[in-house]
Structures are given as C-alpha cells and as structure tokens.
Design a protein around this ligand. Sequence first.
Ligand code: FMN
Length: 222
Amino acid sequence: MEFSELIKARKTIRGYKPDPVPRALIEEIIEVAKWAPSSMNTQPWRVYVVSGEPLERIREGNTRNMLSGVPPKRDFPMREAYEGVHRQRQIDIAVQLFDAMGIARDDKARRQDWVMRGFRQFDAPVSLVLTYDKYLEPAAISQFDLGAFSHAIVLAAWERGLGCVINGQGIMQSAVVHEHAGIPDDQVIMICIAMGYPDDDFVANHVKSVREDNASFVYHVN
Ligand SMILES: Cc1cc2nc3c(=O)[nH]c(=O)nc-3n(C[C@H](O)[C@H](O)[C@H](O)COP(=O)(O)O)c2cc1C
C-alpha cells in the first residue's frame, strides 16, 4: 500500500475477532515500527506484549477499580479535561461512535457499557504496553518519541490486516497494569496499544473520524 493511502485508510478499531495474533507477526510489526525517529536516537521505548491470563487480569482489575470508584492514576501527570475546540472534537467523535452503535444520549447503561469496553481494551487479544525509563522524567521529548513509535506500530499493523486502538483508558489504572504485566517501578507506563483482527460486523469499526482543514492550523511564515 502507498504510504499516503495507508495513513488515510487506518482508523481506530474497537471490535475484534477473538483470533490470537501470532507472536512472529507482532515481532515483525515492532521490527518495522522501531525505525521511527527519536530524540538523539535514544529509542527510549520498551514494549510489554501482554496477552492471555495477564491481559485478562488487567481487564478485570481495571473494571473492578473503575466500577468501585478508584480514581484513575497514570504514571505521569496529565490534564484530563479538554477545553474549547479540543473538547468539541472529543464530543464529535463520541457522537459519531454512539450514533453508529445506536446508543441514545440518555441511555446511561449503554454509555457506561461503552466506557467499560474501553477499560477492557475493547477485548482485543493482545495489548502492547509502551514504557520509558523513569529517570527520563520530566520526559516530554521521550513521550514525543513514544508517540512517533506508536503511530508507526499502528500503521505497520494496518498494513498487515491488523487493527489497533491506541488506548489511554487501558493504562489509567496504572498500578493494575504494573502488577499484572510485571512492569517494574523504574518504568513509566505511557500508553497501551490494543491489537487484533478487526471484526467487520462491529459497526463502530466503520466510523471514520474527520480532520480539520489545513487553513485552520497551518501558519506559513515567509
Ligand atoms: C494517546 C491516545 C489515546 C487514546 N485513547 C483512547 C481510548 O482510551 N479509548 C478510545 O476509544 N480511543 C482512544 N484513542 C483513539 C482516538 O479516539 C482516535 O485516534 C481518534 O478519535 C481519531 O480517530 P482515528 O484513530 O479512527 O483516526 C486514543 C488515541 C490516542 C492517540
């Protein structure tokens, strides 16, 4: 696939077939994605490839904590509430997804169910948990590097017929992920990427998010 075609065709996948992803294929994806650039070629990422029992325990732990009101706690500080145009775009994609799923605005139960699916990493068969060394904190540049790496992972996966969701919800209860994935305390959990074969019958998988016109965010300075 041409690069421009690939990057425009990729979309977030939130419904998966149960089929496992072969370890060799995951290795191949990482083999490609690691050619992402990083500051001073530090390659500050680590990848914990989690599936099977440990992933089930993470799903259970996340669900239990969220339902019992344990406040989310990531390994790094983050402003959780978006404002202005950012908040509007957040609402817009949620409306697109809820419309596709036929979830009404006032249907609290189904909205809650959708949110909890996110904390279960949409029941994907495998999750790649990306971390960096704690000593790098404050780690804006390393976080930037992990972002570049993440995009390369999801594109390399898409090229191979696999779908992904880069999933902040999955690591919001970071203590749960540390415990069940055996991630040591000297690692900062940045994000997880849930991956699997897309379930084409899952309607939200057909949602295509939108992008702003260049004119609204590009400034040519001559
Ligand atoms: C850092 C990051 C965290 C994300 N976390 C979640 C998440 O927790 N749940 C979810 O459903 N989607 C999550 N997404 C996916 C975004 O909602 C999605 O990328 C965005 O709406 C654009 O849609 P697209 O990926 O289909 O182009 C996340 C994406 C990124 C980059």
